[in-house]
Design a protein around this ligand. Structure first.
Ligand code: PMP
Length: 384
């Protein structure tokens, strides 16, 4: 139950373990082409240009930045944690003049300050982390996207901890780039950077004056490859991660079959049931405002007087693995639980039971059974 890599479906792992074919074998061309098409369904971006390139989520971030930023361009980073901060470093490396709006820990960014900053000058691109995995704070990207559009800035969304879990309507919300990695709610082992670039982003790329400085990240190299696979033609620039792409095809089709609104609702109900359980056990959240608590993971405070060294092994002894803290300011004060992808109510209840068991072992005050009971009550209360 860590926030990525998540647990993967057997049929996804089967595709991963199948004999590796040539990257120009007809079956592989079909699988790659279909995966690109299905990305449009999952991202809700019929007009977008998908890119699937071997790399982790950080490389997906770099694909967006390397292709859209030229030295001297102004960029605005909205940071709600470690992964927002990563964009500052990344944009700087690519020569951007970077301004950061750093939200107070546990809070989303203040939209008025975003508006003020956008109004103050010529911001070419803003980045926003939909769900920062270090704080579990969710930012209202629809509103951020609208602000960016109003001021003519490109909106790049880091959806590594949200795509295929949290509601995203890329085209309707005017989001220019939405990126993720394979190992989270998309449900494929680590190794693929997944990027959907909208029309304005592709136009900004086409209007570049300087060539992209990164050879491997250059969309000029990858665009013909993606276009070829989608029209079911063989193509080559760098050997694709054949088995991962085959697994991606399987997982995306499962996601599309569930249907995006149904999938978002399942995540919302499971996230809310889990949070109800955590609250009933008397534990606090890093994300202060209930409306900004993510549905894909929860960042929970340790019980008073109990630390990671005692608590995490006790949860593990009960059969569940959760993640420790990540944000350097509060690393030792909280733990993180992922509940995305193919999670069920059973997984959530088992996790709450394991957390309660750790509370008992570490003598943390709590009402026995309260966590599981609250989660079940929440789940049945929201039953469709
Ligand atoms: N953004 C977010 C929100 C993430 O959670 C992560 C990784 N957990 C990344 C970016 C970076 O992804 P990766 O570790 O795959 O490089």
């Amino acid at each position: 139950m860590i926030p990525g890599p998540i647990e993967f479906e057997p049929e996804v792992l089967q595709a991963l373990g199948a004999p590796t074919t040539s990257h120009v074998a007809p079956d592989f061309i079909e699988a790659f082409g279909r995966a690109l098409e299905t990305m449009r369904t999952v991202w809700r971006s019929p007009g977008g240009q998908p890119f699937v390139v071997a790399g982790s989520g950080t490389f997906a971030m770099e694909l967006a930045v390397a292709n859209l930023i030229e030295p001297g361009d102004r960029a605005l980073v909205l940071s709600t944690g470690v992964f927002g901060d990563r964009f500052e470093d990344l944009l700087g490396r690519h020569g951007a003049d970077v301004t950061v709006i750093r939200a107070p820990l546990g809070r989303p960014v203040d939209l008025q300050s975003v508006e003020d900053e956008l109004a103050s000058g010529d911001v070419k691109l803003l980045t926003v982390t939909h769900v920062d995995t270090s704080t579990a704070v969710r930012v209202p990207i629809r509103e951020v996207g609208a602000l960016a559009r109003r001021h003519g800035a490109l909106c790049v969304v880091d959806g590594v901890c949200s795509v295929a879990g949290e509601e995203i309507e890329q085209d309707d919300w005017g989001l220019d780039v939405v990126l993720t990695a394979s190992q989270k709610a998309v449900g494929v082992p680590p190794g693929l950077a997944l990027v959907m670039a909208g029309r304005r982003a592709m136009e900004a790329f086409a209007a570049r004056r300087a060539p992209v400085r990164s050879y491997y990240a250059d969309w000029a190299k990858w665009l013909p490859i993606m276009t070829a696979y989608e029209s079911r033609k063989p193509s080559y620039f760098g050997t694709p991660a054949v088995n991962l792409v085959a697994a991606l095809d399987v997982s995306l089709r499962r996601i599309a079959e569930e249907g995006m609104p149904a999938r978002w609702t399942r995540h919302a109900r499971l996230g809310a049931a889990f949070r109800a359980g955590i609250e009933a056990l008397g534990l606090g959240f890093v994300a202060e405002d209930p409306a900004s608590r993510a549905n894909t993971l929860t960042a929970c405070r340790y019980p008073a007087g109990v630390g990671a060294v005692d608590f995490l092994p006790a949860v593990k002894a009960a059969g569940v693995i959760v993640a420790g803290g990540l944000h350097p300011q509060i690393k030792t004060e909280y733990f993180r639980v992922g509940h995305m992808g193919s999670v069920s109510l059973g997984d959530v209840l088992t996790t709450l039971g394991a957390i309660e068991s750790a509370m008992s072992k570490t003598n943390a005050a709590h009402e026995p059974g309260a966590g599981v009971a609250a989660a079940v009550a929440h789940w049945t209360g929201t039953a469709a």
